[in-house]
Write a protein that binds this ligand. Structure first.
Ligand code: XIL
Length: 344
């Protein structure tokens, strides 16, 4: 009885392997997105979030297909300093531990941002001196905690408006534009080796907003402020058109001596998803992969989670979704195969 059941289990396992890995040859598996990206000296990553780390099938793909992880929320200010001066790194640490166990590098996200701030910070009027001290302490405590554990930080997130003017945040209002240089310098003091980035959305094309980053980066470089890269979030939407000047844009930042990365890629669509829309989405994923591979200093690509099951899009953009390369059942979509082909 016992051996019978064991034998049956063996047969079931063999069938499962045959079904789930149809192209795997005896003794070796298909290369992952990470394997393929590494052949170009790039990484291919995914964001993840703490509540998802109980989903075993989800974790199996997260841990095998990618060589880079970004915490979707766990390192944000509200999570890491819920009370002034009281730090809590448990969420970020959980994700760093997962990444380490799977030999993945981690992008730190994010130190200075107008969104997802704790109530103690937003609920009070600060003098410039007070806020400067609060900002410095937050940045340096968090960067020190993750020293040697993250390879890059999104130091400042979303500093500009669409027209290239400064976003009116508590930091800008209280401290003026110099808060950016200060933040970068404080981060550098706390970790001399980590790559320091500015990160934003809608800066994939050459245009007013990316021009603002170009001008700022040039100025910061000229002043000797530590800035290593520009992160292009790349939250794209089929209905707004593909950012055709992406490669040119990556190139101009490279010429300033900066790395670039596609940091939060997803390509949403108005639901329902049709075969046609999914094919167009696949083409866009391939195109942005090509663009990154074409520019040596584009160091890698991160999708903003990999499966529609955990995408932030449906909750934030009404009637839109299906933005990621794996569907809600964790099955690869045309986009996944298009990325593979582009990386080959
Ligand atoms: C999103 C997260 O994915 C959501 O879970 C959260 O509720 C809101 O923030 N730009 C960023 C990310 O830089 O931090 C945002 O992440 C998506 C937009």
């Amino acid at each position: 009885m016992r051996t019978h059941r064991l034998r049956l289990a063996g047969v079931v396992a063999a069938v499962l392997v045959a079904v789930t890995a149809p192209t795997a040859q005896a003794g070796h598996r298909d290369p992952t997105l990470a394997d393929l990206a590494q052949r170009h000296g790039r990484y291919f990553g995914s964001a993840t979030d703490n509540p998802e780390l109980v989903d075993e099938p989800y974790k199996a793909v997260l841990g095998s297909e990618f060589d880079q992880i970004t915490p979707g929320n766990g390192m944000k200010w509200y999570a890491t300093e819920p009370q002034q001066g009281v730090f809590d790194f448990t969420k970020g640490d959980e994700i760093v531990d997962f990444a380490r166990a799977h030999h993945q590098k981690v992008r730190g996200h994010t130190l200075v941002w107008h969104s997802q701030l704790p109530g103690w910070l937003t609920g009070k009027e600060w003098t410039a001196d007070e806020l400067r001290a609060v900002l410095k302490n937050h940045i340096q405590t968090e960067v020190r905690h993750y020293r040697g554990k993250v390879f890059a930080w999104d130091v400042v997130n979303e500093a500009f408006n669409e027209d290239g003017t400064w976003r009116d945040t508590v930091f800008y209002r209280t401290l003026g534009p110099g808060y950016i240089a200060d933040a970068l310098r404080w981060a550098r003091q706390a970790d001399p080796k980590v790559k320091l980035y500015l990160n934003d959305y809608n800066i994939e094309t050459v245009g007013a907003k990316s021009d603002a980053y170009y001008a700022l980066a040039k100025e910061l470089k000229a002043q000797g402020v530590p800035l290593d890269g520009i992160g292009l979030q790349a939250h794209l939407a089929l209905q707004y058109g593909y950012p055709t000047s992406l490669e040119e844009n990556l190139r101009r930042f490279a010429k300033l001596g900066l790395d670039t990365a596609l940091t939060e890629v997803d390509i949403r669509m108005i639901l329902p998803a049709t075969e046609e829309k999914l094919a167009q989405q696949a083409q866009w994923y391939a195109d942005l992969t090509d663009a990154c591979l074409a520019v040596r200093r584009c160091v890698g690509i991160t999708v903003w989670d990999y499966t529609d099951k955990y995408s932030w899009i449906p909750a934030f953009f009404e009637g839109q979704g299906a933005a990621l390369p794996w569907d809600e059942q964790l099955l690869p979509k045309p986009a996944y195969f298009a990325i593979r082909d582009a990386l080959r």
